[in-house]
Write a protein that binds this ligand. Sequence first.
Ligand SMILES: [Cu+2]
Length: 200
Amino acid sequence: MRSAWLVLVALPAVILSDHTASQCGVVAGKVTVTVAKTSADVVVSLEPRGDSVPVVPPDTAVILNQKNKEFVPHVLPIVRGTTVVFFNHDDFLHNLHGYRQSKTVFNVAMPYVGMKWKKKFDEAGKVSILCDVHPEMSAYIIVLNTPYFTKTGKDGAFVIPHVPAGEYVLQTWHEKGKAKTLTITVSGSDTTAVNLQLGD
Ligand SMILES: [Cu+2]
């Protein structure tokens, strides 16, 4: 009796998810970076060509760590409106010197282990972050106007799932490779393959 009830409940859920999937596609491929040691840390984003889509910041905190004299992650793509919590894991002084182009937008001392400081990023674009104590430390926060984005792994592979069918402008960002922009069409339930090379 109990198992029959479970089947009846599960069935409509399966039909519903199939229906949703038929209107969404996947954008996947590989970005090869010729001007860096690996093809990691390329931000790939899709902005609809028509009306912009609403972006909803995540409920959970997005964390950018200072650990062993490194920013982890080195590249952090977020949607507009996201709050980032900066977290010093080292038992010594760091700071957070944030820039938009050459203009300082924040400069905060992070003097002790366990210290956290948070900031909301409302404006799209690139925020570069340095630590003035350790010149080798750097991070980039890429603030996006779209929920459809990802970051490549070391092999340059990327996947953006659940993209509603339509026309999009695909953009790449990499700290050294020249940005690329192309228009793509996403059709429901298909994978749109994109392979790109980023150089000087
Ligand atoms: Cu530092």
